[in-house]
Design a protein around this ligand. Structure first.
Ligand code: 13P
Ligand code: SF4
Length: 348
């Protein structure tokens, strides 16, 4: 992705993509902010990474690279800029820092958390390892550095099945997303059990299981239901439904395709269906609709991630001006977390 620096060039691009959905005065205002961000980015030798869930005006104006968690981790690993500004949530910026300890990594809002990352602590992982000794721990990238540090390997929604298969073990612990784990279990033909957060809970010896999950959920994707799908199909029988694997296994099973945010974008680009419905964060639907004006995108869109939503052009400008909010990770934790992230990057 190349980013323009003049306000006029940015405005022209935003207007071409978004003039049917965003008022003109807002596009002009956002183009001015983006122009200043892109000027500062060059001056400070910074790179901006933007997750697919960023709001459209930001998504189409300032990131040097956009993508899903896996793609952005790879871009972070390749960066040679002095500053990395991560337009995404904190665990993503932490991953960039884990891979780039000598560079300054900034996240534009301190409030950009994640319900999955908040669902598990490093102590929880230590308890799980004590309960299931010797079983490798696969940790979703949507976790904080201290949790990654307790893990054998990380995964994203784009490579979770490949990572689990790569381990070649009888059992795996897969944390913290209950639904992603169930979807991976289904795809890899494994039986899954879920411990509660009570470390004293023990399982019967005769249970047949190959995966151990955790009761964490994405507060956005857990809201989609099979009834939503049935209602949409009733009105649009030819709709193609795409679901992020953080949706429940029932929702994924009732959909036509499931994949990471980028996998869903590519699916829409490469196919020609009469209608599409994406069961994921709202802004991504707006971004895909803007890039594919010839495709009919249905909306089921009351669901904006309250964390991704925190990242605005205004905050990103301030982040670059004041070089805030800097990600700091204890070096011993970072080194151990690095092993889990790096091992994942070798797999796919
Ligand atoms: P992706 O890795 O598919 O971009 O997902 C990140 C995320 O937070 C989804 O809610
Ligand atoms: Fe976390 Fe869900 Fe928001 Fe993604 S969409 S950042 S998983 S809360």
């Amino acid at each position: 992705m190349t980013t323009a620096t003049t306000t006029e060039a940015i405005y022209d691009n935003l207007s071409r993509l978004l003039s049917t959905t965003v008022p003109d005065f807002e596009l002009r205002l956002k183009a001015e902010l983006a122009s200043e961000i892109n000027r500062l980015k060059v001056e400070k030798n910074a790179v901006i990474l933007g997750h697919n869930y960023m709001e459209p005006a930001l998504f189409y104006s300032i990131p040097d690279y956009v993508g899903d968690s896996l793609e952005l981790s790879r871009k972070a690993a390749q960066s040679n800029k002095d500053i990395i500004v991560f337009c995404g949530v904190k665990f993503m910026a932490e991953t960039a820092k884990i891979l780039n300890p000598t560079r300054k990594v900034l996240v534009p809002s301190e409030k950009a958390g994640c319900s999955l990352a908040a669902s598990i602590t490093a102590e929880d992982v230590r308890e799980l390892k004590a309960q299931f000794p010797g079983v490798p721990v696969v940790t979703y990238i949507n976790t904080y550095a201290d949790v990654k540090a307790e893990s054998d390997i990380c995964c994203t929604s784009g490579n979770a099945v490949a990572v689990v298969n790569s381990l070649n073990t009888d059992k795996v612990i897969f944390i913290p997303d209950e639904y992603l784990a169930a979807n991976v279990a289904r795809e890899t033909g494994k039986q899954i059990i879920y411990p509660t957060k009570d470390p004293k809970q023990r399982f019967r010896n005769d249970l047949n299981y190959q995966m151990i999950g955790w009761p964490g959920r994405c507060e956005v994707h857990e809201k989609f239901t099979v009834e939503d799908i049935a209602n949409v199909r009733k009105q649009f029988p030819d709709v193609v439904i795409l679901a992020h694997p953080e949706c429940s296994p029932e929702v994924v099973a009732a959909s036509d395709f499931s994949g990471s945010t980028t996998a869903m974008i590519k699916f829409v680009e490469k196919t020609n269906a009469p209608h599409y419905l994406m069961l994921t964060e709202c802004s991504m639907g707006d971004n895909v609709a803007a890039a594919n004006p010839d495709k009919e995108m249905l909306r089921l869109c009351s669901i904006r991630c309250p964390h991704m939503n925190q990242i605005t052009l205004e905050d990103t400008l301030e982040a670059l001006q004041k070089e805030q909010f800097e990600i700091v990770i204890d070096e011993e934790i970072r080194r151990r977390a690095y092993n889990a992230v790096e091992r994942m990057l070798h797999i796919g």
